[in-house]
Design a protein around this ligand. Structure first.
Ligand code: TPP
Length: 374
């Protein structure tokens, strides 16, 4: 099925609205794309390094949770290829990113310093947000990463607004907005994408479809077989992609982003993934999904598949794997130490930056809190 209004650019490799998810790597790690792979070895290896760093960071978060240093986690294992692929497809620090709470892998691959990531998770002075967000809410001013919000889909209208502003000002930027399958049932989602389509703004809407919204399975979320096909109703292309294939995630996101940048309007990209862990540290997923299902998806692991691809090209070895694991473990341990050393956040910082000018009632509350704590 080809979308009639899709502009012909001569460089488009992917068809929207496919029944089968677009994949570029077979399970055995063979390249199955029908166009030439144009990525250099450094980037091919970087994609693997980033995915491994995300996997190990996820494990670190769980350890920090168990030792009481972090109060909440939103596991992202299974989403690595999707998040790392998208991060490398955009222009870092130029384009804007509107992430959601499961996107620390995206933040890591975009280059948010590890000390800031762990500072935000533990809520210390290393956190540029001054410890005022829930854990798992990435953001970065220098990298144009909008502060993630827990309110499902609330960041999608701001992404459309930012993209409209980019269009009016002719900045050549693109707004990339990520969310889960559950977010697609929110009114904000429809309003934001519809408006983006009508205005032909430079935005790309990326659904990390992990088949569940907490305990609600995909079949109770929507009656359509894919999220991508909802793009039909907005009059924009919708791509159905294997989000556990890092090269498919990267290439489709890149095409959608560059179409948007060239003035051809927004797209919807559905990256089919699976979260191996519970929805969050407050969830018990054994109550709503069988272990066999989790095991089945684990066999499609994005890291293992990509490792096989690299190995076929002589770009992966046991020694390199070992070296990477040691390097990443050291970097993350040092970042945690530095984040902790930065020290606790004073409780009264909660009153900072709420308004441009201090307001009398907040100053009064600040004084009361200070007195109480003394
Ligand atoms: C507006 C709103 N409704 C409900 C919630 C509670 N809630 C938090 S996460 C979540 C599930 C979202 O699932 P999905 O969008 O698929 O993303 P996932 O967590 O699976 O990656 C819900 C219902 C919320 N935070 N905000």
């Amino acid at each position: 099925m080809v979308h009639e209004t899709l502009p012909v650019m001569g460089t488009e490799w992917f068809q929207p609205f496919t029944e089968q998810p677009i994949a570029l790597l077979s399970e055995e790690g063979e390249w199955i794309g029908d166009f030439p792979l144009d990525l250099d070895e450094a980037l091919l290896r970087q994609l693997y390094r980033d995915m491994l760093a995300v996997r190990l960071m996820d494990e670190r978060f769980t350890v920090l949770l168990r030792t009481g240093k972090v109060s909440f986690t939103a596991p992202m294992a299974g989403h690595e290829a999707a998040q790392v692929g998208v991060a490398h497809a955009l222009r870092r620090g130029h384009d804007w990113v509107f992430p959601y709470y499961r996107d620390y892998g995206l933040a890591l691959a975009l280059g948010v310093p590890l000390v800031e990531i762990f500072g935000q998770m533990i809520a210390t002075r290393a956190d540029p947000n001054k410890g005022r967000q829930m854990p798992c809410h990435p953001s970065s001013r220098p990298l144009n990463i909008f502060a993630a919000a827990s309110t499902v889909a609330s960041h999608i209208p701001p992404a459309t607004g930012a993209a409209l502003s980019m269009k009016i000002q002719g900045t050549g930027q693109v707004a990339v907005c990520t969310f889960g399958d559950g977010a697609t049932s929110e009114g904000d989602w429809y309003a934001a994408i519809n408006f983006a389509a009508v205005q032909r703004v430079p935005a790309v809407f990326v659904c990390e479809n992990n088949r569940y919204a907490i305990s609600v399975p995909y079949s109770c979320q929507t009656a359509t077989p894919t999220i991508a096909e909802k793009a039909h109703a907005f009059g924009i292309p919708g791509y159905h992609v294997d989000g556990m294939d890092v090269l498919a995630s990267y290439y489709v996101a890149r095409e959608a982003i560059e179409r948007a940048r060239a003035g051809h309007g927004p797209s919807l990209v559905e990256l089919v993934v699976y979260r191996y862990g519970p929805h969050s540290s407050a969830d018990d997923d054994t109550r709503y999904r069988p272990r066999e299902e989790v095991e089945l998806w684990r066999r499609r692991d994005p890291l293992a598949r990509y490792q096989r691809f690299l190995a076929r090209r002589g770009l992966w070895s046991e020694e390199w794997e070992q070296q990477l694991r040691e390097e990443i473990a050291r970097e993350q341990a040092e970042a945690i130490e530095a984040a902790e050393r930065a020290g606790e956040v004073p409780a009264e910082w909660m009153f900072d930056d709420v308004y441009a000018e201090p307001l009398w009632h907040l100053e009064r509350q600040r004084a009361l809190l200070r007195a109480e704590l003394q």
